[in-house]
Design a binder for this molecule. Structure first.
Ligand code: 2HA
Ligand code: ZN
Length: 277
């Protein structure tokens, strides 16, 4: 049996094993790069884990009253995506937010005494914003997607321009992320500030780019969130390919074609990007 077909008895642990492996294989998450948090339903946790058995309590630097009594599975800080599939109990943890919203309780995993990702602020604050928009929301995913990162060196960082370029790289991008992408300035990672700025963008869209660092995606399932980042990364790859092609660009997807596409697929492109009538 190949490493990628290893199965865990807990289905949501399995999902994390699979997706972290895929992200690593795509080269998006070198070393300890990337992190994922996945909101779980109490009932699905109870089925596999004793939720009365609190292993450890870890105080939070920022209170999250909006997430009281919520359960998440979260990648561990400093952990390598490459290793999740080999030892999920060490590289992942299942946590619950305490009744006062000031701490988290570890219920499973982080077996070497570890704790959740250094980007927990960005994750929790983004969950709070996305849940206000979408009750089905469950996943926040961060990756150092190679071409997205490369593109932030050579494309201007105006979010409307950036979104339009991505939409024009693959015909179906507009259908996958009609709300476009948000971009924050370069900020030191792992800080409350980068968390707040990311979450602020998540009010309006499900994708936020951190220049020269990576991307954050939000969605209702692991698959959907992965697919969202995968689609942006593909578009960014096309951009990087055609811009280094010596022959230059001979034809493009026009704004009118994008509008035609939106109409047929029934999506509303975010305002202020497509100008054709
Ligand atoms: O988890 O990717 O942004 C490591 C990181 C920090
Ligand atoms: Zn990162």
């Amino acid at each position: 049996m190949g490493i990628t077909t290893m199965q865990h008895r807990i289905p949501f642990v399995n999902e994390m094993m699979e997706v972290t492996r895929n992200m690593w294989e795509l080269g998006w998450d070198e070393r300890n790069g990337g992190n994922i948090s996945y909101l779980l339903k109490k009932n699905e946790v109870k089925e596999y884990i004793d939720i009365k058995d609190v292993k450890r309590t870890i105080p939070l630097e920022f209170p999250v009253r909006e997430l009281v009594d919520k359960y998440f599975i979260v990648t561990g800080t400093g952990k390598y995506f490459k290793n999740v599939v080999v030892n999920p109990e060490k590289n992942l943890g299942v946590i619950r937010i305490t009744e006062d919203g000031n701490a988290i309780e570890v219920l499973w995993g982080y077996e070497d005494g570890s704790r959740p990702t250094s980007e927990l602020a960005a994750h929790f604050m983004s969950h709070i914003e996305r849940l206000k928009k979408d009750p089905e929301h469950r996943v926040i995913m961060h990756a150092h997607a190679t071409n997205v990162l490369a593109m932030t060196f050579v494309h201007d960082l105006d979010e409307k321009n950036f979104t339009k370029t991505l939409w024009q790289m693959c015909t179906e991008c507009l259908v996958v992320f009609p709300d476009g992408i948000g971009i924050i300035p370069w900020i030191v990672p792992g800080t409350n500030e980068i968390g707040q700025r990311t979450a602020n963008k998540m009010k309006d869209c499900r994708l936020v780019i951190w220049p020269q660092h990576g991307i954050f995606g939000a969605g209702s399932t692991i698959d959907e969130t992965f697919g969202l980042i995968e689609t942006v990364e593909k578009a960014a790859q096309i951009y990087m390919l055609i811009n280094s092609h010596q022959g230059g660009i001979k034809q493009i997807i026009t704004e009118q074609q994008l509008l035609d596409l939106a109409k047929v697929f029934g999506v509303n492109p975010v305002d202020g990007i497509l100008n054709a009538k």
